[in-house]
Structures are given as structure tokens and as C-alpha cells.
Design a protein around this ligand. Sequence first.
Ligand code: SER
Length: 320
Amino acid sequence: MSTERILIIGSGGQLGTELCESLRGIYGNDRVIATDVKTLSGSIAESGPCEVMDILDKVRFIEILDKYKPTQIYLLAALLSATAEKNPKFAWTLNMDGLFHVLDAAIERGIAKIYWPSSIAVFGPNTPRVHTPQHCIMDPNTIYGITKLAGERYCEYYFEKHGVDVRSIRYPGLIGYKSAPGGGTTDYAVDIYHQALTQGTYSCFLSEETELPMLYMPDALRATLQLMEAPAEQIKIRSSYNVAGMSFTPDEIAASIRKEIPGFTISYAPDYRQKIADSWPKSIDDGIARAHWGWKPEYDLQGMTGDMLANLREMKSIKS
Ligand code: SER
């Protein structure tokens, strides 16, 4: 029997929904406490403990810590790139103060392990854009990227100064069928599958040649759990690890969908998110994650497209 008690902050989001399900599968439903600023519903609410909590409300956070005494915390509450540009001051407050509250709690309460996601948004216009290395120039020009880079420095600092066992991955765009993305620049790569099945056509907010790194959700979950379960001495990077899955353009994902839905069409109407995408890498070098804790992706673009469409068809009860 596991003695872990895991607190997830931001369980209602794209990653939180799926991580909660995976963690409950591994550790037991009662050992994983799902929290979100909004009331949780559906299978998360039915399968285990849930609480409404705003991570900016320290009194409430302490109340939850006293009640559940977690041994691990996953901090997933944040504004993503596109939403953050619309409300930069709040993005800074939520993304940074939320992290401070969790890192400080880790010291004060001796919480054994913290997970905090970073992003490819930590890179910027002067970063090498192809096979972006783990260590290179990082000059993010989005508020989201600035919070993630500052957060990475804080994580490493808390590890070095206070011994907090904090672990992190720089996620590329995450693509899954179980939950909706929440305000990112890479969200098109999820929406496109839904629209392909229901409308047969999609209007993309990025231009056809915009190449970005992406990761299919089953790979993202595996990477996260593998990192969290690795022995502490294998985790030699305490800022955040580059992790790659695949890279593609809107034109290429459309072509992969056309192999399954021949009549599918795509049009392009780039908006403010184009500028954000243009400042990010096209592909990521994840050699260090592979060497340190054995990371290896399983899905390529066509494998993901087949799996996404099959699962969405089933969920939407659409015949192929
Ligand atoms: N998927 C995220 C975003 O687009 C990147 O971390 O904001």
C-alpha cells in the first residue's frame, strides 16, 4: 500500500484532468486530492476527494494542507500563453505567487516532492530554433514565457538553497482527446481534430508553415510520471527538462488528418498568436532527459492522428 498523498492544484485543466486520472490509477483514488479554483465535476469529482481552492488564497491553501497532509504536490494552475497576453499582470501574479506558495509550503511542511510544469515558452527570438538545446540563450518575450523562465530559476534556487525536491518538464504543445486545452498558442492542434470530425474543415489561427514542438498526452503523462518516480540522484537538472515528442506545421497535421478523412480542408487566418508561435522553437533536443531518466516518446504525428480520431469518434459516436 502506498503511503503517498498527492495534492493536485489545477485539476480541472487540460493536463490536470488527465494526470489526476493517471495518479488515482497508480496511488488509489483516495490518495489523490483534486483541487481547482472552479468546482470540479464529472469523473474527477466522482472518483475521489475534491476541493475548491484558489492557490492565491494562502489561508485556504494552508487549510487544505492541514486537512490532507500531502507528501507530493502537482502545481498545474497557471494562465497559458495566449490568455496571459490578455491579462499580463494577473498572469504574473498567478504563475509566480502560486509557485512561491507551494515552494514555501514544501520547506515549512517538509513536502517530499513537488511537480511544476515549465514550457517551450521559456525560449525566445534569439534561441536557436531547430533542435533547441537544454542550455542556450533564453529571452522569452511573452509574459507566460517570462513567468516560466523566472519559475525555473526559482525552482533551481529552492533546490540548491533549501533542498526542495522539485521536478519539472518544459512541455511543448499538449494534444489529447479527453480534455480541452485552456488558452495556449498550440491549442489549434487539438481543436483541428474536433472540427475535422464535426465540420470537415478548420480555420487555423496560425499560418500553414508554423512548425512547433508537440507531445501526445499519453507520452506527456508517461514523461511526467517517469520523472516523478525517478530516484532523486538521477534528476540533475532542477530548473526544467527539455522533452520532445514530434514537430509539425498546421499543413502537416492537416495532411495527416486527410489520410483518415479524405475530404478534410483547412484555411488560414493567423491572429495575435502567430507572433507568439514565431518566437518559439520549431523542434527540441531532449537528449539530456533521455540520458538522465530514460525518456523516450512513443507517438509520431500519424500515430497520434489515428489514435485521436478513433477516440474522438467513439466519444462523439461518429461512424468512420
Ligand atoms: N501549450 C502551451 C501554450 O501554448 C505551451 O506551453 O501556451
